[in-house]
Structures are given as structure tokens and as C-alpha cells.
Ligand binder design. Structure first.
Ligand SMILES: C[S@@+](CC[C@H](N)C(=O)[O-])C[C@H]1O[C@@H](n2cnc3c(N)ncnc32)[C@H](O)[C@@H]1O
Ligand code: SF4
Length: 389
């Protein structure tokens, strides 16, 4: 393989936009259909859109593929297999390419795990959300704790890498309850945990409940306590946060998510997917039609489902790169920032941020946000973005 291809990681995101039921807290692009989805028709559309995306990117080598949703574990293994085979015909794929699939941990779905592994998936991300049955019910989840535990065990039999998602700082949750629940999760000995604080998203049933005062959420101070406890406990157990909500043993970080946060190139395929594609001056941002059927029809008529396509100039790229890179524990690589965007960061602003204890060092190769800085991340980004040179 040429050095050139290896030097630029490239990811492919595939969005499966369907779920069994809509969780009341979720505002992801996920839809419930009461008739079976025509998977063969969707496969053909994914293949056509992949061909379109390969136009600008076939010189790159694929380093990660991520099936996200919605609920990709509702895809037939043959659907996943056909998409992966097509990716191999369009791009050169790294031999150790990370191929992740998000799965809901219900018993129906675990039956498909062997098929996904056979199709080439080597990492699964399980949406466990809580290890308490009453809380799963309150979150509108369709699975039980017992099913989730079985799903983790089955996933470990089939995949090299298993990650679990949990939601914390939930309504009514006490700090010491979360401490115990997190310990139970750690006892499951996974190598990667995505731990999200419950966010009240606009226009969700949870937002309505919250506005009616029926969802007592922790205030900012309590939420900060939840976050601190989570960080310290995970660090103590050898799973430091490599991003605000993501924890891994060394070497087990999600390569695909790192690619986003390090501001790499990726194609977004499927309804509502976003991409960042290369072009000679800056990048192209793509976003496909949000509605699954509209996306499908558009692909069938035009070979792609892109609804919005925008050139991102170097200044907008610098904003995006800062926003993403500062989320990482490793911080933003200054050399890469300069190479990708052509801009430098103002040293006097960096010094001020350092003096206020918001970043760890004023003149390092990397800009790393401090623990204090994490609480005012947006203000740090705004301050740095005002002064590109
Ligand atoms: C798009 S979901 C896909 C995974 C899968 N469908 C599931 O629900 O298990 C990805 C993750 O986002 C998290 N998530 C979604 N909505 C959230 C919210 N309002 N607050 C916190 N986390 C949320 C959940 O942990 C979920 O596992
Ligand atoms: S949280 Fe997952 S299962 Fe629930 S609606 Fe969102 S994408 Fe679907």
C-alpha cells in the first residue's frame, strides 16, 4: 500500500434510520415503521450512494466503517454483508479496518450477532443505557437488564471488541446509586464505555415532561458531581475518558469516533447522514435527506440522497476542528491544525487561557483543556476562534 493512502484515515458512516419504538428522550434520526422495511431496496440504495461518495474519495483507504442509527441491529446480516462487500469493491480497505455496529440488547437482535461477525463486523456498541429494570422502563426501553447482560455475553463470544452505552444523571437518580451501577458496569469487564449524561432534547416527550415539572433532573452543580464521579471512577479502573463521554482501555478507543474528533475525512451514507469529503480548497460538507423514504427515492432517481452540500472554507474548517479537537483528552494537535487549516492560534490568547487554568499549557504541541475548562468549553472555543492568524 502506498504511504499516501495510509497517511489519511478515511471513515464511512452508514445510517440505519429505523427502530422498534421511539425512546422518549431520543432526537436521533430514527423512525418506527409498522410494515417490514424492504431491506433489498435499501441495500441497492446504499450501494448506489456509496458509488457516488467513492467519486471524490476512491483514492483514500478505508480505516473505519460505522453502522449507526436508529437501530442497525434491525438490519439483516445479509444487508450488512452486501454493504461491506460493496465498500470493498469501491475502496481499498485497511486489513485492520474497524467495523462497528450499534446494537440494541434485545434477545431478537442478539440472534443476528453471529451473522454480523461473519459479514465482517469486528466491534459492537450495545445500548444498555441502565442496569436497573425500573429505570429502563422509565427510559422507554424495550429490553430488560437480564437481556442486556445476555447480549453482552453473546457479543463477547462473537466480536473482538464490545462497548456499552449507559445514560446517567437520570431523573430521580442519586449519586451513590450511580456509583453502584457504574461499578456493576465495570464488573462486566468491557474495554470501552460510552457514558452519556441524560440530555433533554427539544421536541421530545421528555422535554414536555421536564417543562411540566414531572422530570426532576439534577441541577448544574449536581450534574457536575455526577460527571466528576464518573471520570474519577473510570480513571481509577484503567478506563480514562479519552473524550467527554467516552472511556477506553489504552488502544481500545473507537477509531471511527477519533476520526471525527481529529477532524478526518468521512463519507456519510443513508438518511440524515453527514459527511466531510475532500476537495482541492477546503472540504465539502454533505447532509442527506432526513426522511428514509425521501432519501430512498432521491437515491433511486439521482444516485445519491444528498439534500445539502456546502463548501467549507479554511476558516470554517478551523472552527470545526477546534470544536471537535478540544473534546479530546489528547487535545488538539497544533501542527495538524496548522497543516489542515493554514491558520495559527494567537499565542497571547493561549497564554490568557492558561493563566485562567482553562488549558494545561500555553506553548505545547497540543492544546489540552483542563478539568476546569471542560465546564466552559464553548467559551474557550469562541475565544480561540476570534483570533486565527
Ligand atoms: C443513536 S443511539 C443508537 C443506539 C441504539 N439505538 C440504542 O438506543 O441503544 C446512541 C446513543 O446515544 C445515547 N443517547 C441518545 N439520546 C440521548 C439523550 N437524550 N441523552 C443522553 N444520551 C442519549 C444513548 O446512550 C444511545 O445508546
Ligand atoms: S435511543 Fe436508540 S432505540 Fe431509542 S429511539 Fe433513539 S436510536 Fe432508537
Amino acid at each position: 500500500m502506498s504511504k499516501d493512502k495510509r497517511s489519511e484515515p478515511f471513515g464511512i458512516y452508514i445510517h440505519w434510520p429505523f427502530c422498534e419504538a421511539k425512546c422518549p428522550y431520543c432526537d436521533f434520526n430514527s423512525h418506527v415503521r409498522h410494515k417490514p422495511v424492504d431491506q433489498a431496496r435499501f441495500v441497492a440504495a446504499y450501494q448506489r450512494e456509496l458509488e457516488h461518495m467513492a467519486g471524490a474519495t476512491s483514492h483514500l483507504q478505508v480505516s473505519s466503517v460505522f453502522f449507526g442509527g436508529g437501530t442497525p441491529s434491525l438490519m439483516e446480516p445479509s444487508t450488512v454483508g452486501a454493504i461491506l462487500t460493496h465498500i470493498h469493491t469501491l475502496w481499498s480497505v485497511e486489513p485492520d479496518c474497524e467495523i462497528t455496529l450499534e446494537a440494541n440488547p434485545s434477545s431478537v437482535e442478539t440472534k443476528r450477532f453471529a451473522g454480523y461477525a461473519k459479514a465482517g463486523v469486528n466491534r459492537v456498541s450495545l445500548g444498555v443505557q441502565s442496569l436497573k429494570n425500573a429505570d429502563l422502563k422509565a427510559l422507554g426501553r424495550l429490553h430488560s437488564v437480564e437481556e442486556a447482560l445476555k447480549a453482552i455475553a453473546i457479543a463477547k463470544e462473537h466480536f473482538e471488541r464490545v462497548s456499552i452505552d449507559l445514560i446517567y444523571a437520570r431523573a430521580h437518580q442519586l449519586l451513590d446509586e450511580w456509583d453502584k451501577e457504574l461499578q456493576q458496569a465495570l464488573d462486566l469487564k468491557c474495554d470501552h464505555y460510552s457514558l452519556y449524561q441524560l440530555t433533554i432534547e427539544p421536541e421530545t416527550p421528555f422535554e414536555k415532561l421536564y417543562q411540566l415539572g414531572k422530570l426532576p433532573m439534577p441541577d448544574d452543580e449536581k450534574a457536575a458531581d455526577f460527571y466528576q464521579l464518573t471520570q474519577e471512577k473510570m480513571m481509577f479502573h484503567g478506563l480514562p475518558g479519552y473524550e467527554i463521554s467516552n472511556h477506553a482501555r489504552q488502544g481500545q478507543e473507537s477509531r471511527h469516533n477519533l476520526l471525527y474528533w481529529r477532524y478526518g475525512l468521512y463519507a456519510g451514507v443513508g438518511a440524515g447522514a453527514q459527511g466531510r469529503l475532500p476537495q482541492s480548497q477546503g472540504r465539502i460538507a454533505t447532509r442527506t435527506y432526513y426522511n428514509p423514504e425521501q432519501w430512498l427515492t432521491h437515491v433511486e432517481q439521482h444516485n445519491h440522497g444528498i439534500q445539502e452540500q456546502e463548501n467549507i472554507d479554511y476558516s470554517a474548517m478551523a472552527d470545526e476542528m477546534l470544536l471537535m479537537g478540544l473534546r479530546l483528552r489528547e487535545g488538539l494537535c497544533v501542527k495538524r491544525f496548522e497543516a489542515v487549516t493554514g491558520y495559527s492560534l494567537d499565542q497571547s490568547v493561549l497564554k490568557d487561557l492558561y493563566q485562567e487554568n482553562l488549558i494545561l499549557s500555553p506553548d505545547n504541541d497540543r492544546i489540552i483543556v483542563s478539568a476546569k475548562g471542560r465546564f466552559v468549553m464553548n467559551a474557550i472555543v469562541t475565544e480561540l476562534a476570534r483570533c486565527y492568524i
